[in-house]
Design a protein around this ligand. Structure first.
Ligand SMILES: CC(C)(COP(=O)(O)OP(=O)(O)OC[C@H]1O[C@@H](n2cnc3c(N)ncnc32)[C@H](O)[C@@H]1OP(=O)(O)O)[C@@H](O)C(=O)NCCC(=O)NCCSC(=O)/C=C/CCCCCCCCCCCCC(=O)O
Length: 783
């Protein structure tokens, strides 16, 4: 637990609790014993504390901290505290690996800190809904000042060794053998006065400005925290660092108790473990196929087909993980643009080495030798099938073929090949090199080995891979459907898009549904609805009631906005704006039709078209993807009006757009909706409960194996607020299943034709029988 040895006058205590040397009560007890022994021994004149194996202690053991062993853990902590604080012999911490949370706090309580260049320090407790409660909120500001301490503690960010040296958090960077250097360093400081080495005895450098600093940062923290209590509580504790040390520690302890007993801390710790538990996957329909039984294929090289935004992002992720990539794009301009983006993104991270792993091509035959291909072409089933047909012929027979689709049928794509067992969905989220989620979709014939391969790929490229079944929209986008519909129905009844966004953002989402659509592009959903024949590129399908589709309530507002060119911030293909774009085309834009290779100048094409609007609609829905991609790219610089908001040039602040508000008002009048006042609570409940209700369907159908898989998807792919634990955790632990059921019953009675508000049979059953979501599905560790 803590190995004791002596090197002459130096006692060395090496924490040995693999894999991360976390502090359990026994580890702390062993540390106390070691410190007592070193203090008693007159031959010992200094002490080194280090971690055995890969790391310095990575903090408290969370299983103990959260369980019944919390009390003995904390009492042992107090004993360590007493010994470190009163020790008359210098204590030197030798840091390598990750000194996190309590580990870093132990180092701060010591007299000297040495670190290897690769070491990382941080106080990440805020991510667990807590604060650095072993003196971190009192000692850190005494070294770096209140302002930096607030920044470091409320973000929980990593501090690299060099930065720690600059900040005065470590005394020396050690290049050679850390333990040897630490022993010789300890020897060199023996007998020196210790009072000025005790951080607890220092004063906070910017103490006179504490209120000013807190005031200045409070707003930013409030905006970022979005309902999370830990960040602001951390600030309160840091504020107390200007008090005498003992008083500050008492305040820290009170605030730590408040946080540790909060539902948010429990939710965030659930998130921590769920993020890791999703790696322990099992096939929902065949539990024998799981992370233990299925062996992944080794992937060293990956082909990426399509160099649009997603393809470029995926390529960056793969390169960053050290994989070889062959990026294929049939459009030269698009390919060049992607190369520039990839280069720019990798520049800070030894780009030349990573770029050397990249081959770019317009020729499919270059994919003949890769271990896996990820297709990232336009979201069009016909096109994707064509690409897979080609890939099946060109790639080696054992290569895995993955589609980055956000909702198309994996089985239909697989059927285009003679190796459906090797076809799988890998749904990346935009921006693909930033967003952590990878939704992996198995089809009817996807083999266990193929599933294992993409789950392993997620880990290799630093993503959180979640295995899900095949259905329209998979898990994430399928659940988003009812949420979006309810948001639209709320517009019909009287709220403005900004009201919906505000309520959802106050709940904790970074963006409400309308700002989100503005960003992603309203045309994505429009194209999907056109493919599903819910609407057409000219308006509602003939002989269709305006507000119904296939017997279900339907809100055509987004289609109407698309028809007006309000496609969102980034698509740049809005018809209204295109009218301006026509006069604006200062350079020739060439379009190459892939079908026959013919090349047209867009300006000349326009001369033969009745309106630019018609041309663009033709292009948008043309089967010829090369043409489409090129057109979108070419028009990218022309900003179309957003769906519901307007944005001042250069600003991302969404402003209500009178044009849209008027349009919604006219729509309400035309269809006989009576505007009423709707509370934020109703907005949140109707949007989120319908999304969660769909989550119950997803579980019931075996599309997701466990509630935690859904939570992880929403936390890492859709910005669901982390402090609530994810949709399924939140509804079970915070709202209560019974309350959810009653609310859904009330709303569905009021809106009988909103089918997604009808409570799912699984929910009803669980409430009736008192079941729990955590008990559903696989308990992986028992596999
Ligand atoms: C970066 C990591 C550490 C490692 O990442 P990686 O290599 O990718 O590995 P993972 O897959 O994440 O983890 C491997 C397995 O380990 C499990 N794990 C990880 N961390 C913990 C943990 N803290 N507790 C339990 N288990 C943990 C993980 O689940 C994996 O399991 P499995 O393989 O899936 O089964 C990364 O893991 C990471 O970031 N971990 C979290 C680190 C963290 O948050 N640490 C802070 C914890 S909170 C804390 O420390 C609170 C402190 C308050 C009490 C502290 C008592 C300390 C006493 C110090 C004495 C100081 C004297 C003070 C004197 C004074 O004040 O006066």
């Amino acid at each position: 637990m803590a190995e004791y040895s002596t090197y002459g006058s130096v006692a060395v205590l090496q924490v040995n609790n693999p894999p991360l040397n976390t502090f359990t009560r026994h580890v702390l007890q062993a540390l106390v014993s070691g410190l007592e022994r070193a203090q008693r021994d007159p031959a010992v004149r200094s002490i080194v504390i280090a971690g055995k194996g890969p790391t310095f202690p990575a903090g408290a053991d969370l299983e103990e901290l959260l369980g019944t062993a919390a009390a003995p853990l904390l009492s042992n902590l107090r004993m360590v505290d007493k010994h470190v604080d009163t020790c008359q012999k210098p204590i030197v911490c030798a840091i390598h690996g990750t000194a996190l949370g309590g580990g870093f706090e132990l180092a701060l309580a010591s007299h000297y800190r040495l670190a290897v260049p690769s070491a990382t320090l941080s106080l990440p407790e805020v991510h667990l809904g807590m604060l650095p409660g072993a003196g971190g909120t009192q000692r850190l500001p005494r070294v770096v000042g209140v302002k930096s301490a607030i920044q470091l503690i409320t973000s929980g960010q990593d501090i690299k060794a060099q930065q720690a040296l600059t900040l005065g958090l470590v005394d020396k960077i050690v290049q050679g053998d850390l333990l040897k250097e630490a022993v010789s360093f300890a020897r060199s400081v023996e007998g020196r006065p210790l009072e000025d080495r005790r951080i607890s005895q220092r004063t906070v450098p910017d103490a006179d400005k504490v209120d000013e600093v807190v005031e200045a940062t409070r707003k930013t923290i409030l905006r970022k925290a979005r309902g999370a209590i830990a960040p602001l509580t951390c600030v309160q504790a840091i504020q107390a660092s200007v008090l005498p040390f003992a008083a500050g520690m008492a305040r820290e302890a009170d605030l730590m108790t408040y946080l540790m007993t909060s539902w948010q801390a429990a939710a965030q710790q659930y998130v921590f473990f769920s993020e890791r538990e999703v790696r322990q996957w099992s096939h929902p329909r065949d539990k024998h196929i799981n992370f233990r039984t299925a062996k992944p294929t080794v992937i060293k090289s990956v082909g990426v087909v399509g160099a649009g935004t997603m393809g470029a992002g995926i390529t960056i992720s793969l390169l960053q993980a050290g994989l070889k990539v062959v990026l294929l794009e049939v459009n030269k301009k698009q390919l060049d643009k992607a190369i520039a983006v990839i280069q720019k993104t990798l520049r800070q991270k030894s780009a030349s080495q990573k770029m050397s792993q990249l081959t770019t091509t317009m020729d499919y035959s270059q994919l003949s030798d890769v271990d896996m291909v990820i297709e990232a072409v336009f979201e069009n089933l016909r096109l994707k099938k064509e690409v897979f047909r080609k890939l099946d012929v060109i790639t080696k027979p054992q290569a895995v073929l993955a589609s980055n689709t956000s909702g198309l049928d994996i089985d239909k794509i697989a059927a285009a090949t003679k190796r459906p067992d090797k076809v799988v969905g890998t749904h990346f989220f935009s921006p693909a090199n930033v967003m952590r989620l990878l939704e992996n979709i198995y089809g009817k014939k996807t083999s266990a080995e193929t599933v294992a391969t993409v789950m392993q790929l997620a880990t290799t490229i630093g993503k959180v891979g979640v295995l899900v079944g095949n259905c329209a929209g998979f898990v994430g986008n399928r659940m988003l459907g009812p949420y979006r519909s309810e948001a639209l129905f709320l517009l019909e009844e009287g709220v403005d898009p900004q009201d919906v966004d505000r309520a959802i953002e106050e709940f904790g989402f970074p963006m409400g549904p309308f700002r989100m659509t503005d960003l992603a592009g309203n045309d994505i959903g429009w194209r999907r609805r056109i493919e599903a024949r819910l609407t057409t590129e000219h308006g509602p399908p003939p002989d269709t009631p305006a507000l119904y589709r296939r017997g279900d309530r339907y809100c055509p507002l987004p289609d109407m906005l698309c028809l007006q060119g309000r496609l969102g911030q980034k698509t740049g293909a809005g018809c209204m704006m295109l009218q301006e774009a026509k006069d604006d085309l200062t350079e020739n834009i060439y379009i190459r039709f892939r079908t026959d290779g013919s090349v047209f100048d867009l300006r000349r094409l326009l001369a033969h078209t009745k309106t630019l609007e018609e041309l663009i609609l033709d292009l948008l829905f043309a089967d010829d993807c090369a043409l489409l991609a090129h057109t979108e790219a070419a028009l990218m610089s022309h900003h179309a009006p957003s769906m519901c908001n307007r944005y001042d040039p250069g600003s991302r602040t969404a402003l209500p757009d009178p044009v849209v508000l008027q349009m919604i008002q006219d729509y309400r009048q035309e269809h006989g909706f009576k505007k009423r006042t709707i509370s934020s609570q109703e907005i949140v409940e109707r949007c989120l409960y319908s999304l969660i209700n769909e989550g119950f369907h997803v579980l019931d159908e075996g599309i997701a194996s466990r509630a935690l898989d859904i939570d992880v998807i929403y936390l890492f792919g859709y910005g669901w607020p982390r402090h609530t634990g994810g949709p399924m955790y939140y509804v079970e632990r915070v709202i209560g299943l019974e309350k959810l059921l009653r609310s859904l019953e009330t709303y569905s009675a009021r809106y009988p034709n909103h089918s997604h508000l009808q409570p799912s049979p699984l929910l009803r059953d669980m409430v009736a029988k008192g079941g729990s979501l955590a008990a559903l599905g696989t308990t992986d560790s028992k596999l």
